[in-house]
Design a protein around this ligand. Structure first.
Ligand code: RP5
Length: 168
């Protein structure tokens, strides 16, 4: 795999299935990334150390996903100057993701986290790609191709439905 420039971290192994979708998007753009499990509450020292050293290790963007009282993205943002994208997750024991949405999005001024939708791991990866594409024309072209593909898929579904076929 290419040298990791994006980090995908999650608060628990129970977050993996949702966070894997971000990794799948990055794979489809041939973008190097690393994945880690660490918790702002259960492994706070690891989170701080990881965030403090991320830029030196060549990472450019950190995507953080956590559920319940989700402090992972905020704590990472407090310890790094890299852009941080937060994914609020709907954990099985939580409040359907509203708990994590508020904890992730409601950051105090001075420490920004770009919060996406609840379980919005695909958009988190796409946002990371758009940021990186600002200084990478190849990524810009790949993103245009992604959008064109999305447009075609929707058009094909619409045409099928009009013919009385299932669009699914
Ligand atoms: C959060 O608590 C994690 O990100 C996870 O979404 C949630 C529940 O974690 P587990 O109890 O399943 O490990 O910190």
């Amino acid at each position: 795999m290419a040298t990791p420039i994006v980090s995908i971290i999650m608060g628990s192994k129970s977050d993996f299935n949702t966070m894997k979708k971000a990794a799948d998007v990055l794979d489809s753009f041939d973008l190097g990334y690393e994945m880690e499990i660490m918790s702002a509450h259960r492994t706070p020292e690891k989170v701080a150390e990881y965030a403090k050293t991320a830029a030196k290790r060549g990472l450019k963007i950190i995507i953080c996903g956590a559920g319940m009282s989700a402090h992972l993205a905020g704590v990472v943002a407090a310890h790094t100057d890299l852009p941080v994208i937060g994914i609020p997750l709907s954990s099985a024991q939580g409040l359907g993701g509203m708990d994590a949405l508020l904890s992730t999005a409601q950051m105090p001024k001075g420490v920004p986290v770009a919060a996406v939708a609840i379980n919005g791991s695909v958009n988190a990866a796409l946002l990371a790609i758009k940021i990186l594409a600002l200084s990478d024309n190849t990524l810009t072209d790949k993103f245009k191709a992604y959008k064109e593909n999305m447009r075609k898929e929707i058009e094909e579904a619409s045409q099928k439905m009009k013919k009385g076929e299932s669009p699914l």
